[in-house]
Design a protein around this ligand. Structure first.
Ligand SMILES: [Fe+2]
Length: 192
């Protein structure tokens, strides 16, 4: 089992510097590397279960962090490819409007979650079991991910996403820049 880092073509993003994106892509590649490393090390350590059981268990505990760190960033960077695009008519817009009243009302509720203290993500999901949208804060990369829901929109709120561009007290400016650069066509295409 081996994962390859994806490549993303991201142009100039007003409000998010190319230095931030370049550094951030490097961090993403680190997650991919560590997912692969865990799989390799677990396989290698498994030849001596008696001595390595504890180490294997700790690596398994670590896998969710590294794997979600890999996958979350793939959703994040794909949304910033292709330049800003408005939310098109279709299933996602219909669902947002029926569930939240309007796109603006939804955005207000989503931005409230970005104010959560700590490092993590704000996620908008579609629940295929109930055909409803759900959104939450995810600590780190994995703690609080909602099981078996499809990620629709992933907003990285780790400080590495904005600290070179904004002081920590002004992370709201980063959130505004993210939405100004968001390719909603990519986001909307995730509603299957
Ligand atoms: Fe990140």
């Amino acid at each position: 089992m081996k994962y390859e880092a994806l490549t993303f073509t991201i142009g100039d993003l007003p409000g998010i510097s190319s230095k931030t994106i370049e550094n951030h892509l490097g961090l993403y590649e680190g997650y991919v590397k560590h997912v692969n490393l865990i799989h390799e090390k677990v396989a290698a350590f498994s030849h001596d279960l008696e001595n390595n059981a504890f180490a294997i268990a700790e690596m398994q505990r670590r896998l969710g962090f590294e794997f979600c760190g890999m996958r979350n960033h793939e959703y994040y960077f794909a949304q910033l490819e292709g330049g800003p695009k408005a939310l098109p008519e279709g299933a996602l817009r219909d669902k947002i409007e029926s569930q939240f009243g309007s796109v603006d009302a939804w955005l207000e509720s989503f931005k409230l979650i970005t104010k959560t203290r700590g490092v993590g993500w704000v996620m908008l999901y579609h629940d295929p079991h109930t055909d409803q949208l759900a959104q939450t804060w995810v600590d780190e990369q994995h703690l609080g991910q909602l099981a078996d829901l499809d990620i629709i929109l992933a907003l990285d709120m780790w400080e590495h996403s904005y600290m070179m561009d904004y002081p920590s007290g002004e992370k709201g400016l980063y959130v505004d820049a993210f939405f100004a650069n968001l390719n909603w066509e990519v986001v909307a295409s995730r509603m299957t």
